[in-house]
Write a protein that binds this ligand. Sequence first.
Ligand code: NAG
Ligand code: NAG
Ligand code: NAG
Length: 651
Amino acid sequence: MKPLSFSLALLPLTAAATLNPDALIDAFKQAIDCDSCHALLVPLKALANAGDAVFVKTLVSTCQILELEDRDVCSGAINEQGPILATALRNISPFKSTATKLCEGTFGLCQTPAVNKYTVPLPGARSSDKRAVVRSSAKKPFQVVHFSDVHIDRQYTPGADADCNKPICCRDFSDSKHPPKQPAGPFGNPDCDSPISLTASFLEQISTFNTWSIFTGDVVEAAVWLVNQSEVMSDLEVFNKALGSALNAPVFPAIGNHDAAPVNNFPLGSDSAFQFSAQWVFDLEGKEWAHWTNTTAANEVTHFSGSYSTTVPGTNLRIISINTVYWYKQNFWLYDSDTPLADPRDILAFLAKELQSAEVAGNRVWIIGHMPPGCEDALSDQSNYYDQIIQRYHGIIAGQFFGHTHYDQFEIAYSDYTHRTAETAINVAWIAPALTPRSGNPAFKVYDVDPDTYDIMDAKVYIADMANPNYQVKPEWSLYYSARQEYGQLLRPPLAPNAPLDAQFWHAVTEVFEKNDTAFSQFNQFMTRGAHVQACDVKCKEQAICQMRAARAENNCHVVTPTTTFGDTERDPVGQAQVPINMVNPTPKSQQGRHAVGHAQCEGEGIGHVLRGLPHRISSASVPGLEKMMQKLKMHLKDILPQEIRAVEDL
Ligand SMILES: *[C@@H]1O[C@H](CO)[C@@H](O)[C@H](O)[C@H]1NC(C)=O
Ligand SMILES: *[C@@H]1O[C@H](CO)[C@@H](O)[C@H](O)[C@H]1NC(C)=O
Ligand SMILES: *[C@@H]1O[C@H](CO)[C@@H](O)[C@H](O)[C@H]1NC(C)=O
């Protein structure tokens, strides 16, 4: 950390002095890179030390006066998540590695620090017993449905304005414009989360497959500035009930970052009396998921923070569902110590133990979870530790399944990340597209599964095309593409008839993408299911292929790019430099600027989203009336900041 002394020199002499309005605003103004972000944490820590109330009030005023978001969004998001951020700031040094991660997660101003080396304790050595090797006898595959990120908005109101400045629209907000500029249709809109009607249509559709499903999380809508515990509890319960009554077969779910209140709130301690405890989520889901699993799994959900392991009835397939939100950069509880835990809530230990027991029992395994291990949202440390477990047990893991990005994607794991080839490709993480129309046409995946190995023989994506003139009358679901058909024939030689879509297959597909722009651009279109497709230039393609070849976050080639202008606060999981191309079907607001594809959809535009826009808002010359806003903010801060800590300002 060479420039540390430099940034320290920039700091005002005492922490107290930094709390006067000028110094705070200056620190915001100067926060344009990683060093200055560390420097900004000094006054923010002082602010946090003055108490949650002052901390929240200051940030809410700043957000409102600088018009970073609508007033209600500023106030809701910061009131909910602000105290979590304040707790972290109080507990850490502004200049250590945790602070760097915090600067990345909140302000997007630091690159991820190098992985903190740690060897995951594994419960048993690899057995030399070869009975565990299961071979396919080329039986007829069975089907499994994979759906994700349903984000059901129970307050979606047909006729309400789909054009608003909030993270999601199509609700009767108190500040809604009348008459609405763009009335929401009965079955959804690209700027809004899923209405109940769309969810019902979707459930009816997947019930026709008459088979069991996996659901990789995020039940709740993205109105994160409004959600509270009673809403989330009710949303989870109602959706579980809907699944139970629509489907005749089990659903194996995983916990998503939106399935808590405040959003992303999964604290590290297990004290259920703690004000922010998420134990109620695990208690509720443990009870409700039990009828798809059994009492052992239900107990695991309750006692292992939402994770469980279960065998699919009538099969030799063990499903291990893990709560990945303890590795998520937007879970601010993870930044509350300078010596962070290697295995928060023992999720990795649980996974390793279950894999060991599956190996001993001769089971094949599917791992399911919400956040893919290689995506930019995953903390590199835990992603690396997770990978160590995959390295040890990949022989029995027939697949890993995730959601969260909202895109139709995949990530490949390698035995040697310095030589990413078909030979070193050992496992694949499948990522399901979202149901919510916010990120493309509503979609789900259906796998053809080998009944001996539980390998994936094909992945078919089904969509309801919102451009279909009948969509708002009755969504029509149809097969969008088959991965085997689409990509199998592009390989040289073409994929053999009985070969699974395994890691080697997907690596070969990435090699096709490298050479064949048409094939890559097809993939790019598939990602958002043909709706509001975004162009991907050479650099973006390189980044996208690198992401495909990384089930380990440190290898995903993602570079944090500080926002250069306000309104440009998003980073896309496929890569940077994406511009809308389809002007006939213009990119909806949710896909542009601050509502752009990708990151916002993952994090739900919480406090991290608000804060990322702040430094550049303040330093941007192009914001009209900025000087006036700054004066107003200064006056306001004088009222808010406690007398004793801002006394020095008068010196
Ligand atoms: C929680 O949110 C719901 C839905 O937005 C609202 O009706 C309810 O009043 C809220 N409850 C509390 C305690 O704030
Ligand atoms: C639940 O299922 C697991 C296998 O998935 C089994 O080991 C366990 O004994 C079962 N528990 C009960 C109470 O049936
Ligand atoms: C490139 O991919 C397209 C499909 O996207 C395919 O039609 C074409 O034949 C491929 N070109 C080559 C040279 O393989």
